[in-house]
Design a protein around this ligand. Structure first.
Ligand SMILES: Nc1ncnc2c1ncn2[C@@H]1O[C@H](COP(=O)(O)OP(=O)(O)OP(=O)(O)O)[C@@H](O)[C@H]1O
Ligand SMILES: [Mg+2]
Length: 166
């Protein structure tokens, strides 16, 4: 499937990945959907933790592997951030019982780890982030935006990424 804009970042540390996530999290707006893909340990949760920090999530993000869905608020407004991990679901239908589709219809910001589990059930527009394991400390982060609002987010992120230190 085609994307409207893509961008790539080679991360040299977990701190860099988290920092980049924070830069994105600070720019997210109600209704934004971020879909993360990549193998176990690829860095999806580290990136999400950064998004949470930049968004101002309360409490701070942790891995939702066991609860599958975590909801966070923030101090400055009523926007909710939903952090979802679909590693354990077998079929897109299982997402129904978890209320994933209701969350996607809500006005919150939504982060989905293992979003590939939803296959063709995702909304047409979102920001996809594919994390690739390179070695102990390096990860490739492939960003692809489908839809105007996500092109804007991604172009803004790419424009500020040069300030990310080690
Ligand atoms: N450049 C890097 N970016 C992100 N994480 C890194 C990097 N280098 C090393 N790491 C380490 O890799 C691990 C990534 O774990 P993380 O929980 O984010 O993976 P994940 O993709 O969410 O996996 P899972 O699917 O099991 O939840 C962490 O232990 C982190 O410290
Ligand atoms: Mg994870």
């Amino acid at each position: 499937m085609d994307f409207d804009f893509s961008w790539h970042f080679e991360s040299r540390s977990a701190a860099q990945t988290e920092c980049l996530g924070a830069a994105l999290g600070a720019r997210l707006q109600a209704g934004d959907l971020i879909c993360l893909q990549g193998d176990l340990g690829a860095g999806k949760t580290v990136f999400c933790r950064g998004i949470g920090a930049g968004f101002g999530a309360l409490p701070p993000l942790t891995s939702p592997t066991y609860n599958l869905v975590h909801e966070h608020r923030r101090a400055q407004d009523t926007t909710l951030l939903h952090h979802i991990d679909l590693y354990r679901i077998q079929r897109p239908e299982d997402a129904e019982s978890l209320g994933i589709y209701d969350i996607l219809d809500s006005a919150g910001v939504v982060l989905i780890e293992w979003a590939q589990r939803l296959a063709g059930e995702l909304p047409p527009q979102y920001l996809r982030i594919r994390c690739e394991h390179r070695d102990a400390s390096r990860r490739g982060l492939n960003f692809a935006a489908r839809g105007k609002r996500y092109v804007t987010r991604l172009q803004e992120l790419a424009a500020v990424a040069y300030v990310i230190g080690d």
